[in-house]
Design a protein around this ligand. Structure first.
Ligand SMILES: CC(C)(COP(=O)(O)OP(=O)(O)OC[C@H]1O[C@@H](n2cnc3c(N)ncnc32)[C@H](O)[C@@H]1OP(=O)(O)O)[C@@H](O)C(=O)NCCC(=O)NCCS
Length: 191
């Protein structure tokens, strides 16, 4: 199956591999300090060539153990964010971001739930984990709504932020994952 054929459909969203034609929309999101500064991976200010390198990298690295999806709204196809995971033998870690213009509509929760479902369905990991800055309650709420449980918090040095950030650690075990609750009514376009 080709990279671009792996698409996940939810009630309102289509998650698909990013392409170079997404560069402008994606640049507008990652260059926004409201998005970058609460992440452990997006530099700020964002380098000019960064988005194309990012798209090329995630396409090159995509496989069973890691995948990044563009979050697009159906049926317009507008790109509103990214969601992805990287997994080891036992666990996968989830990450996501959304354009600030789209906050407050439940899109991140909908995308996170779908990727968790995809990870448990397509890998053998026993748990999906995630991290959030405790100063980022919106992200902690996404994880809570998506079924994650907070395991605790600690101070984490984030070189990209030049700071030590209080960070909460989240986890959902395979045996506690209950896809039918939120999968009801979704159109699964994974092929
Ligand atoms: C983290 C982030 C994705 C959260 O975005 P968000 O819009 O708050 O999250 P959701 O899309 O799940 O929307 C939830 C909000 O929509 C509301 N909502 C509306 N319709 C909804 C629906 N159908 N389902 C769920 N929530 C819905 C919820 O009540 C909630 O609003 P509230 O926070 O006022 O209670 C966003 O803040 C972001 O991109 N931040 C920058 C990047 C970042 O921090 N990423 C995470 C790094 S760990």
């Amino acid at each position: 199956m080709s990279l671009d054929e792996i698409q996940l459909g939810t009630e309102r969203l289509l998650l698909r591999a990013p392409t170079v034609s997404d560069a402008d929309a994606l640049r507008a999101i990652v260059a926004d300090p409201r998005v970058a500064l609460t992440t452990a991976s997006i530099p700020h200010p964002y380098p000019d060539s960064g988005v194309l390198e990012f798209i090329e990298r995630v396409r090159a690295l995509a496989g069973p153990d890691r995948r990044n999806f563009a979050i697009t709204v159906s049926p317009s196809g507008s790109l509103i964010g990214m969601v992805g995971f990287v997994s080891s033998d036992r666990e996968a870690e989830l990450a996501y971001m959304l354009s600030p213009e789209q906050w407050g509509r439940g899109y991140a929760t909908e995308a996170a739930r779908e990727v968790v479902r995809f990870v448990f369905g397509s890998t053998r990991v026993s748990a999906v984990t995630a991290r959030a800055m405790t100063a980022n309650p919106a992200s902690e709420n996404v994880l809570r709504r998506a079924g994650f449980t907070c395991e605790g918090e600690d101070d984490v040095e984030l070189p990209i932020r030049g700071a030590v950030c209080r960070t909460s650690f989240w986890r959902i075990e395979r045996e506690h994952h209950d896809p039918p609750i939120w999968a009801t009514g979704r159109s699964d376009r994974q092929t």
